[in-house]
Design a protein around this ligand. Sequence first.
Ligand SMILES: Nc1nc2c(ncn2[C@@H]2O[C@H](COP(=O)(O)OP(=O)(O)OP(=O)(O)O)[C@@H](O)[C@H]2O)c(=O)[nH]1
Ligand SMILES: [Mg+2]
Ligand SMILES: [Zn+2]
Length: 355
Amino acid sequence: VQEDPPDFDAALGPVAWNADFAVRWQAADTPEGAVPGRVVRSDHGRCLVATARGPLHLHTAPSRREPSVGDWVIVDPTGTYAFDILDRRSALVRTASGRPTHVLAANVDVVGIAVGIDRPFNARRLERLLLLAWESGAEPCVVLSKTDLVEGATLRERKVEVETIAAGVAVLAVSTVTGQGLRELRDLFGGGKTAVLVGESGAGKSSLVNALVGEDVQGVQEVRHSDAKGRHTTTSRELFPLGNGGVIIDTPGIRTVAVLAGEDAVNATFPDIEELAATCRYGDCAHAEEPGCAVRGAAAAGDLDQARLDSFLGLRAEMAQETKRREPRGRPKGRRPGPRSSKSSQRAKWRTYED
Ligand SMILES: Nc1nc2c(ncn2[C@@H]2O[C@H](COP(=O)(O)OP(=O)(O)OP(=O)(O)O)[C@@H](O)[C@H]2O)c(=O)[nH]1
Ligand SMILES: [Mg+2]
Ligand SMILES: [Zn+2]
């Protein structure tokens, strides 16, 4: 008798399994008896994986790529190994000059950038996080947190300030103390979606996770009184079911992030400038010295913030240069691009970014 293909929908629904992953599963080369599982936590060759049989602590198959939180993996029939990774829908990738790329979270639909209203707002930092989000293939939103700490007028002012930078992106004002905005956030993150929270230490990411999950699943710690700096309470990335079909990934605090993004992501981050650029005299206007440049014109007229334009031009140049630098230049086929640093030294380097 031919067995029906296993139906994972019911068992894996809570960790946001959907038709798209079912297609990827069908297309994958899977051994007899293998099952799909979602990486809840990944740690040095081992990972915690949610499967139809419950949570499993698995080894990463040696010689395979290390899975990241949010990945769907093929679990071997004995339930010992996470054997391979299903093709990703999206990935949040951190990178830096001369370093290998590093996947922060995989198969993410929404990136919530937490911005604490209790500290000075850094527009340039938000731009980089937006760039990271757009490049991932997910949809960004800004979560303006701790609104209970300011007056209504200040909140409105700050929200406008953030909306100007996060052009075209939803900005949600939330508080885990008053509950403001939590329902909207839950709706935005729910319905089978995978959301990830990123942002500075102390911005309130884990507090939001606890509020949305409805249980204290993550530790939180008070920020420093002098300057509202966080204490790096969360030290690893972890995925939690929201109970509404969606999942949320909590991450350790990051100040800024090194990101390699294409032109599309840069334009998505600066849609106001892209719109202006459409009316420049030359189609390939670099917004430098060209006559009839609508972008520089807008800046001169005070309609576009000069600092924002400088930031756009700077990021665009940086991304173009870094992309070019990474292009393989006639490397002999079949040869590795040089010795690779050991995993532990890579980790040590990455850690320097999480502060
Ligand atoms: N007043 C107020 N305090 C909040 C709110 N959300 C979080 N906090 C406080 O802010 C501090 C830091 O919160 P966490 O949730 O630990 O911040 P985090 O972003 O997870 O920090 P890391 O794990 O270090 O990245 C804690 O003392 C929280 O109680 C809020 O909405 N209002
Ligand atoms: Mg935390
Ligand atoms: Zn121009």
